[in-house]
Design a protein around this ligand. Sequence first.
Ligand code: GDP
Length: 481
Amino acid sequence: LAARMHVPTTEIIKALFMKSVMVNINQTLDQPTAELVARELGFEVQTEQTVTQTTRTEMLDLEDIESLEPRPPVVTIMGHVDHGKTSLLDAVRSARVAEGEAGGITQHIGAYQIQISGEEGERKLTFLDTPGHEAFTAMRARGAKVTDITVLVVAADDGVKPQTVEAINHAKAAGVPIVVAINKIDKPDANPDRVKQELTEYELVPEEWGGKTVMVPVSAKQKLNLDLLLENLLLVADYELDLQANPNREAKGTIIEANLDKSRGPVATALVQNGTLHLGDILVVGAIYGKVRALYDDRGNRVDSAPPSTPVQVLGLTEVPQAGDEFEVYSDEREARRIADERARKLRESRLLEQAAARSARVSLGSFSAKAKEGELKELNIILRADVQGSVEAIRASIEKLPQNKVQLRVLQAAPGEVSETDIDLAAASNAVILAFNTTFASGARQAAEQAGVDVREYDVIYKLLEDVQLAMEGLLDPEL
Ligand code: GDP
């Protein structure tokens, strides 16, 4: 940090000391502290999210260096709606999977693997089969990096469209190479050259025009040039990427899909990115712990293991993880449990913090008053509970008669009876204050109000209730009350 700011290290230590943070020269600063120092020393801080996201999930460890072997590329298909992403995924799959697999029934588990035989023997390719950049982006947002190559599908009769551009931007931001599939070339109005021309505006220049981007004209419908596309994907993998992993170690990877199956329990599709996943392995996904009870490949076959770049369905997790969660296998069961428990504890803590933040953002009559004074809030939402219908009507009528020139009052609900948990939920969701007249809380409601940070004000004199509301509207109610 000192080097980047061109200041002596002692400056940083001094600046932190002034802020009562004691550090020595060997310590690593966390991001907020680093930002604090930089600002203190007059720098403008920019955080490089993209960089950390793409480099974070490098699944290789130093120990793997000696035992690396090539692994198949993982491919994602992106492009504008209706340009043929799903058709292409299906065409590639049916052309390749069915071979030799008598009536092979395909299972949609979020990804599939195909084999192609070339001069150098069998080669594999893994396709993520949720097309579109939403899934891609959702995973990236969680820090996961699973895609090695993006196939950008552009319909030859339609050209570059808004989602084509979005997909290009997503792939570029992730630093993933793009191979263009110019689809629907079977159509009479197909114009591949126009597509190429349009793509040059986004720095995608075809090889035949002196550029670097591989563009393959295909037809998903008539299964034209699919082999050419696959061969080119392998070429890009071989010449532009150095895809390697160590198959002889405990597995690591990313969950790409997960759900709760009625009879089988939590089922997750794991993409192994390093190592090999075996039956009986102990794994930790986020804060979830599990033991691999069964593994299924993308054809629904039971398998014993899954090497790098292989998607497998995993049974045996204790809960359903989220897509984009990373998993790791541990040889020591106790260690795995400890890590999962520790993460669960941290998760609970951060949830509590979030709840607290949500609570403090909730309106109370007092905080409303303070904000009304500043002219910040213009609307006060009220839920009214009173002992009997008669008082509900009387109070409601009086509230509505209060002068509302600065603040608008909205009575969301007014009913006789106890303050219920539903009232609390409604108040929390719509940022309302609950006024309770001559009534009590239904069981559990008081606790719910406390937890949600909902302000429930109890009164037994109508005059007092009206006075408080009026004071709050005028910004004169003591916020502490
Ligand atoms: P997605 O929205 O990108 O997944 O697009 P789809 O795969 O659902 O395809 C959209 C439409 O284009 C469907 O009606 C497909 O049958 C059609 N389609 C896809 N590929 C081709 C192709 O190569 N040629 C022709 N003529 N139609 C295609």
